[in-house]
Design a protein around this ligand. Sequence first.
Ligand code: 2NL
Length: 345
Amino acid sequence: MENELQQLKEEVLGKIADAADVKELNDVRVAYLGKKGPITDLLKGMGKLPAEERPKMGALVNEMRQEVTGKLEARKEVLEAEAITKQLEAEAIDVTLPGRPVKLGNAHPLTRVIEEIEDLFISMGYAIAEGPEAEKDYYNFEALNLPKGHPARDMQDSFYIMEDILLRTHTSPVQARTMEAKGGEPIRIICPGKVYRRDNDDATHSHQFMQIEGLVVGEGIRMSDLKGTLTVFAKKMFGDEREIRLRPSFFPFTEPSVEMDISCFKCGGKGCNVCKGTGWIEILGAGMVHPNVLEMAGYDSKKLSGFAFGMGPERIAMLKYGVDDIRQFYTNDTRFLSQFQRTEV
Ligand code: 2NL
């Protein structure tokens, strides 16, 4: 019996030492100390022993039980410590590894052109004015000398939201609102913003695009002021060597109306693919504010006069950067956008 006990002890201590992890160790504990285990069996079998042997054997079994329990505990601590060390090693973070590079964004090319134009006009004393994109029919058309029934008001060309509210087709309503609010006072503003036309998108059309309009109203404002101002603009945007040319045109809100060309910045006027052989590139429309427009906003057109102009920043940006499709500005392909790195801060 004692031999059996000794053998059993050696067997279980061996298994404890061999247990590779806490789970295996627990299996050993259940197998040997559990209800159906051999040690429990030994204790149960004590009844069959002669009475005088029972105390000694009982003490031996209990002693062994304690030793095995102690060894199990000790081994458990070792295995748990090993498991934590392994986990720490597996989950270790190398803080000395270089980080993943962060892709830097930059200003959208249209934003750049608009800000460049804004900065120029701010330097000449202009204020920037903004207004709603969903606009009253009155400010978008009526106040600009486009009465009901005018062909330029064709419902087919605009996005109407309600009978008298539409997505503005130009930024002129901002200027009409400013004039009305200024109540006869002089004005010097530019109005950049989104505008909408019911067009099918293609290389040169977009249903939503940007416009920048300018308006100067004051005593004695003349066509020569318009010409001087736009010459400064042309040279700033396309180079000091640029010349400008004004051609007669028509807009309902200006009289007289002109279109402005600049001498070609690529060939200098000799004729090339950019200017289509003419030496000149059309840049914007402008004119003297129509007396009807001044009067409707509450100005005395006998005392005050004004000039106005309107341009498409997409067109300016396309010319400046050689972009051949207006949709490039709105599809946000990073292969396109990343080519415009702003160097100034
Ligand atoms: C173009 C032409 C233009 C204006 C816009 C304007 C605004 C008021 C009064 C008079 Cl409130 N005029 N704006 C004048 C002439 C031309 O835009 O071709 N834009 C892309």
